[in-house]
Every structure is written in C-alpha cells, then in structure tokens.
Design a protein around this ligand. Sequence first.
Ligand SMILES: [Zn+2]
Length: 284
Amino acid sequence: MSGGDRPGHREAPPAPDRLPLPVVDDHCHLGLGRGDAPAPDVADVLAQAAAVGVDRVVQIGCELPSARETVRLVNAHPRVLGGVALHPNEAPAHVADGTFDAAFAEIEELAAHPRVRVVGETGLDYYRTGPDGVAAQHESFRRHIDLAKRTGLALQIHDRDAHDDVLRILTEEGAPDRTVLHCFSGDMAMARECVARGYTMSFSGTVTFKNSRALRDALSVVPLELLQVETDAPYLTPSPHRGADNAPYLVPLTVRAMAEVLNVAVPTLCAALSENGERLYGPW
Ligand SMILES: [Zn+2]
C-alpha cells in the first residue's frame, strides 16, 4: 500500500493487449475498494487478469481483517497465493495500545496456512509514520524478518523513504533467502546494492510515470532473475490511467514499459518474471 496517487472514480481502463506468456502479479490487495468505492468481485478480477496473461497473483493482507480475508481467498481461488503481516503503518498503533504481541501471534497463525507463502508487507515507512512511530516500526520489522526465516516463507518489504534503515536492519538481522522489495522506489545505487545482496525488486505502475526517470534508471541495472512486476492494486495505476482504480489486468502495461527500459523482448521478460514468481512463491 503506497497510496501516492489521487483517489477518484474514473471509468475502468480498457484491457491492454494480452501478454505473449503468462506472468504473476507479485503484490495486490484483492477485495479492497478505494475510498468508499465497493470492492470489485474477486472472481471477476481474476478472470479479467487471466484473459490478458496475468494468471497468478500474490494477495497481500497487512492488517488483521485483510490477513484473515487473505486466508479465505487462497482457499477459494487456485490463482491466488497469499502474504500476511502487520503493515509498518499499523505497527505503531498496535504497540501503543498494547495489542502488538496478540496481533503478531495471529499473523503467525495465519502464516502457517499452506497457501500463504509470504510474510509481508512489512518494512518501514517514514512518509506516513512520524518519528514517534519509528521504534515500533523497527521492532515490528525485525519480528517479521525472524518469522519469515523461522517459517521459510518469502519476505515482502514496504520501504517508503527509509532505504538506509531497511538495508541496515536486513544486515543486522540477516535477510531471508527470498527477500523482495515491493513497489521498488530506490535509485540506481540502491538497486545495485540490492542486486549485490540477491534481493528481488518488484516494480509497480510507478515505473510508467513520466517523472520516474530515476526509477527507470534503477530498473536498467537489475538482472532479469531479480525482477518482479506488481500492481499494489487498487493503488498505483500505470500510465496512462493514473487516477483510475488499479487491478491485476493492467499489469501488461507495466511489463511492456519494463521491457522497453531493459531493451529486452516482451516474451523474454515474461518468461523470466514467471519463473521468478514460481521460484519465490510457487507452486500455485
Ligand atoms: Zn501493498
């Protein structure tokens, strides 16, 4: 949940051309409407996505209600695998009212489900949470890293304006084998550091925005085997549809933009993204 774009209920964008080979939406929030908009029907969302070559998704539940819903969704939909955690912007409130340990215990229980393959999104957010919440975020991040290592699940990280501390805490704790920076927002130097550490970087619709030159430069130094593509739906709708609700069926717009930056053929990128998804989270 990066929430940088403007709410508004524009017309649903038309479906993009189908991808030549299927890919995974690495991170989305199914069953979540924006603002007061009703949540779209999940079966429809998945069918619409599959029709354009997005045939598997990773559903992320990062508050207790959506984490519980995530387990229901992975049971109901073979195209869906899940991730659960307490979002960095949720952790301070849980620490403040003394409910963190109980909430974390429930996340750990939900993470034991066989189709939950991710601890995430956890991480740090210095954009939405002020200095008072930083210590709670750090503690929560460390606990989630430990959970991912104890369970052997992949770790998905939300990092907003906190690159240095994210890297420092991963060094101090020791990162899990499968570590993914969700909605990567770093520059070329950060990308190179993540490549050196073997972290996967998942790019969202933000890479298609006109003013995302630095992000495209960062993408250009990432090898295919460390890439993923995502929506973070319903947020971060790719150009030219900013302001409309995002959904997995719009992933092809981001894939094609990535292929252009990387100067690779779309089928080559799709094959790599699919293989990476299976390696990180599979089988579906
Ligand atoms: Zn998210």
